[in-house]
Design a protein around this ligand. Structure first.
Ligand code: UDP
Length: 335
């Protein structure tokens, strides 16, 4: 470690080699912290760890968590590492409960045992379930309809219990749909297999797959396709630094929704992609995907007012443009 790194505060970032975790590491490094990327590389990539040290460990193995904490003595924990696919969680709920809940529990116990008092947690709009198009905010009751959302809600409950018993303070972020890539092109979305709408759509545009399958057009929405609220991954990362500083300033545990308040249907996303890339999007109409809510749109007024969050990159053309540039830089485009 350099002298600067020894003097700076370390933050343990679980899932730091993943899509969102890597962008959070970049934002943390920019803010003067040293992000320690803790990852088992099940879905993350070591090549995404560019902004601080890498520690290969597994949340299912508490000895590796304790070893990382002993080595780096972090002042706070950011917990991204989780299984996060709605469809997969419908097919294999047991694995989602086991990995997400046990992993978080092991991490929270190690955090408390080390005397660390601040914990930033990635939760999700999937904890709300299907609520008939209402704008969802921090006070909206949570009724998850898939094991992914249910496991995340359970971890929120665990955090409340750990605060009451052990004084562990948390900022819980409920993400809406995360998209885009680092504007400077250093990191981006790279799942294998890919399941998310925007990267799949870009691969279809680019001939890397025959077509995008549109999962249902008979939802009770304006054009029958699912409506989602898309947030730029770098804006999301900025919110995590603000949340960390919120805790370090002694402002206490808080839940924040991270969305823009504007929803786009799948067909509207496709229309924007056609304009941004100036190419046709091959689309096949398919069946609904089990576990999908018709509409998930956030009110993010609290994050804006209280954290001073400014989701300046979270407009759909920029998110698609940044994702497109990233996919091209990885050789996905033909030209
Ligand atoms: N979607 C789709 N085809 C795909 C992937 C996703 O029509 O190949 C739809 C999906 O049903 C949802 C939206 O796009 O309404 C966003 O899905 P994604 O998997 O990107 O994120 P999620 O909403 O599951 O977090």
């Amino acid at each position: 470690m350099s002298e600067d790194q020894i003097l700076s505060d370390h933050i343990l970032v679980t899932g730091g080699a993943g899509y969102i975790g890597a962008h959070a590491c970049k934002a943390l490094a920019r803010a003067g912290f040293v992000p320690v990327a803790f990852d088992n590389l099940a879905t993350g990539r070591e090549s995404a760890v560019k902004f601080g040290p890498f520690f290969r460990g597994d949340l299912m193995d508490p000895t590796t968590i304790a070893a990382a904490i002993a080595q780096y003595r972090p002042v706070a924990v950011m917990h991204f590492a989780a299984l996060s696919l709605v469809g997969e969680s419908m097919r294999d709920p047991g694995t989602y409960w086991r990995v997400n809940v046990t992993g978080a529990l092991n991490l929270m116990e190690a955090t408390v045992a080390a005397g660390i008092r601040h914990f930033v947690f990635s939760s999700t709009c999937a904890t709300y379930g299907d609520q008939d198009g209402v704008v969802l905010d921090e006070e909206t009751p949570q009724h998850p309809i898939n094991a992914y959302g249910a496991s995340k809600r359970a971890i929120e409950d665990m955090l409340r219990g750990f605060e009451a018993a052990h004084g562990l303070q948390s900022v819980i972020f409920r993400y809406f749909n995360v998209a885009g890539a680092d504007e400077e092109g250093e990191i981006g979305e790279q799942h294998d297999p890919e399941t998310h709408l925007i990267p799949l759509m870009l691969e279809a545009i680019d001939g890397k797959r025959p077509a995008l399958t549109l999962f249902g057009d008979d939802y009770p929405t304006r054009d029958g396709t699912c409506v989602r609220d898309y947030v730029h991954v770098s804006d999301l990362a900025d919110a995590h630094v603000l949340g960390l500083n919120w805790l370090r300033d002694g402002r206490g545990s808080r839940v924040f929704c991270l969305g823009t308040g504007t929803g786009f249907s799948v067909r509207e996303v496709i229309d924007h992609a056609r304009v941004v890339t100036n190419r046709e999007v091959p689309v096949l109409l398919g069946a609904r995907r089990a576990g999908d809510a018709a509409a998930l749109v956030s009110g993010s007024a609290r994050a804006v007012a209280e954290l001073g969050w400014n989701p300046k990159r979270s407009n759909l053309p920029q998110m698609i443009r940044d994702a497109w540039r990233w996919s091209q830089s990885r050789g996905f485009a033909r030209d």
